[in-house]
Design a protein around this ligand. Structure first.
Ligand SMILES: [Zn+2]
Ligand SMILES: [Zn+2]
Length: 169
């Protein structure tokens, strides 16, 4: 696969893209175009998201608007000049930005809407989690289903019973 051109931009279809945090205090919209979507495996993204990677895309600040909760946003300077911004109430990562840059780096997991485009690249893979296998195809389970080894894993998502969920295909 050819490397994505960082200048490629995906026009938005069907109006602004909306997003926000887990507790819904923070909401935003994007009215412009997104840069290529990528999964970032760098150590700071992994830590700040407590996840295998963070999916991100560049967005011009001029296309980004806070709709609610701007005052709830807190930032952490994870590298000199790079601020990672999150909801101070629920902790959801929202964006990162280099001081003085005219673009922000959106955390795609905060979107409510489908951006209409799909990730094209994994980056910073040298720093990926030891337990994350690039390119592995894992089984998929429907919403609410228990993990295969549920007896050894605390799993109380949605308060559903494991016995019922395991009956689902
Ligand atoms: Zn929140
Ligand atoms: Zn990263």
């Amino acid at each position: 696969m050819p490397a994505p051109n960082p200048r490629d931009r995906t026009p938005l279809r069907g109006g602004p893209l909306r997003g926000g945090c887990l507790c819904n205090a923070v909401r935003y919209q994007i009215t412009g175009v997104l840069g290529p979507l990528g999964h970032c495996h760098c150590g700071t993204c992994r830590k700040s998201h407590a996840a295998a990677f963070a999916t991100t895309a560049r967005v011009a600040w001029s296309d980004f608007e806070w709709l609610a909760g701007r005052e709830s946003i807190q930032s952490y300077e994870s590298s000199p000049g790079k601020q990672r911004s999150f909801c101070g109430a629920c902790g959801s990562p929202i964006l990162a930005a280099w001081d003085g840059d005219d673009e922000l780096i959106l955390r795609l997991g905060s979107l409510f809407d489908d951006p209409g485009t799909r990730p094209v690249v994994h980056i910073w893979t040298e720093e990926r989690a030891a337990w994350f296998e690039l390119g592995s195809a894992l089984p998929t389970l429907p919403r609410g289903a228990s993990q295969p080894d549920a007896s050894a894993t605390e799993h109380r998502e949605g308060g559903k019973s494991a016995s019922r969920d395991q009956a689902n295909p």
